[in-house]
Design a protein around this ligand. Structure first.
Ligand SMILES: NC(=O)c1ccc[n+]([C@@H]2O[C@H](COP(=O)([O-])OP(=O)(O)OC[C@H]3O[C@@H](n4cnc5c(N)ncnc54)[C@H](O)[C@@H]3O)[C@@H](O)[C@H]2O)c1
Length: 431
């Protein structure tokens, strides 16, 4: 069977991953961007990308059809699925969106079509979970009437250096011909080249271990952060020295949240559990990283007590940054919420600021209204630099002076004020 030449592409799910991909493919192919979220589609139609991954001018200039109507999927012959793959309350993979998307694509599938998954999954999901759903919904047979593929997405939202066009794209198809076909398609969006993985399961496994490995490495640094704290050593000083060795792996301590690093290891662990292998290292990393928000809250409170900063009653603490990492508006699974909850449990009166976060989502996440205007905020006993958004890294002495009144603690979790000038009387503490 010949694979679709000059395919009509449909991207299913227009989030952090799907939208940049749809835009990048649009100069080379006829592309339809599809999302079940009507509000998202309406915003994109107006040229607004709330994830801030695609500039308004770029979005408006892109020859990209947008839709939330499944009927528009008919006649498409290359489907690329980029829907969320979260975990449920029991930290088990929640494949609900991938399955729903597969049912919908299956209903629109025609002979010769190719369906590629980019969502992060554990090995086997594309062929053993999604393939049968597509077959059932379409009445066609995978590998004969239509073909499966997998191409993990490796973008790093907010990172303008490692953008889609600069990242090697791993591809795998159900047959060598499908792999070559996908390589030709993806070569259109990246200058960094395409890597043909040995199989779909290999490509799925490669992606999930990339993120699990990162989680474990950060967990190690987080664990030694706790150890060095007991010895009154700065982990950042230790890391600065250690990274002068050529093969030292340069990871930083922190709260691991978000949709990927804090989630994907559970997909890998689930895979092990199903096969009777109970992962030790993978889940230990998760436990350590999940504990960091509350740990940092304790550090802040201990420092406040040691300095007697709470003048009377509760200490007034301003947390700077709520998103799961710097320079993105993404609040999903942000562990800063744990830090805030920990501070409040210890009796602190907490305020929060974030220049990028959505107000309503923020309220849902931590039950607090984000401060409107940092310029008029003042009178805190402590500010906690929780997320190193660019604006915080640029703080001048006057900012510290206004917020802390020439006293108090600037708790620099992200080491972003190491070289900043602080007013006399204000103490910078780090981890
Ligand atoms: N965000 C990242 O940094 C990143 C990086 C690499 C890989 N990934 C993986 O890519 C996948 C997507 O992540 P994301 O960050 O883009 O998620 P996202 O939440 O930003 O976007 C997903 C979009 O899919 C839509 N959607 C949900 N169910 C749908 C359905 N049944 N049909 C059509 N649309 C549907 C949602 O409305 C949403 O707009 C996940 O598996 C994630 O792990 C994400």
């Amino acid at each position: 069977m010949t694979l679709p030449q000059d395919p009509k592409v449909a991207i299913i799910g227009l989030g952090y991953v799907g939208l940049p991909l749809a835009v990048a493919l649009s100069p080379s192919f006829d592309v339809l961007g599809f999302d079940v979220d009507r509000r998202r589609v309406a915003e994109l139609e107006e040229g607004h990308d709330r994830t801030r991954e695609v500039e308004s001018a770029t979005l408006q200039a892109a020859a990209l059809a947008l839709s939330s109507d499944p009927a528009t999927l008919a006649g498409r012959d290359l489907f690329i699925v980029t829907v969320p793959t979260p975990v449920d309350a029991a930290k088990q993979p929640d494949l609900g969106a991938v399955e729903a998307a597969s049912r919908m694509v299956g209903a629109a599938l025609s002979r010769g079509a190719v369906v590629v998954y980019e969502s992060t999954v554990y090995p086997g999901v594309t062929e053993d979970v999604c393939g049968p759903i597509l077959e059932e919904a379409s009445g066609l047979t995978a590998g004969r009437d239509f073909f499966l593929g997998y191409s993990p997405e490796r973008i790093n939202p907010g990172d303008r250096v490692h953008s889609l066009d600069k990242i090697t794209k791993v591809v795998a198809g159900q047959t060598p011909a499908v792999t070559d076909y996908l390589a030709d398609v993806y070569e259109k969006v990246t200058e960094a080249g395409v890597f043909r993985a040995a199989s779909i399961k290999t490509a799925e496994a490669a992606k999930v271990i990339e993120n699990a490995q990162r989680d474990i490495n950060i967990a190690f640094v987080n664990e030694v952060t706790k150890l060095f704290n007991k010895m009154d050593l700065s982990v950042y000083d230790v890391l600065e020295a250690a990274r002068t060795k050529w093969n030292f792996l340069d990871f930083r301590p922190g709260m691991v949240g978000g949709h990927c690093i804090g989630v994907d290891p559970y997909y890998l662990a689930h895979c092990g559990e199903v096969l009777g292998l109970h992962p030790q290292v993978i889940l230990a990393g998760r436990r350590t990283n999940d504990s960091m928000g509350y740990y940092f809250a304790e550090r802040v409170v201990t420092a406040l007590e040691a300095r007697g900063e709470a003048r009377s009653g509760a200490a007034k603490v301003l947390v700077l940054g709520l998103t799961f990492k710097e320079n993105v508006p993404d609040l999903r699974n942000s562990k800063v919420a744990d830090l805030i909850a920990g501070l409040r449990e210890k009796g602190c009166e907490v305020s929060v600021h974030d220049p990028l976060a959505d107000r309503e989502e923020a309220k849902e996440l931590c039950g607090l209204d984000i401060l409107d205007d940092l310029q008029s905020a003042a009178g805190f006993d402590c500010i906690v630099g929780a997320v190193s958004h660019e604006a915080y890294g640029r703080f001048a002495p006057a900012d510290f002076e206004r917020l802390l009144g020439g006293r108090g603690i600037a708790f620099d979790l992200r080491n972003m004020w190491a070289d900043s000038e602080l007013p006399d009387g204000t103490q910078r503490l780090s981890i």
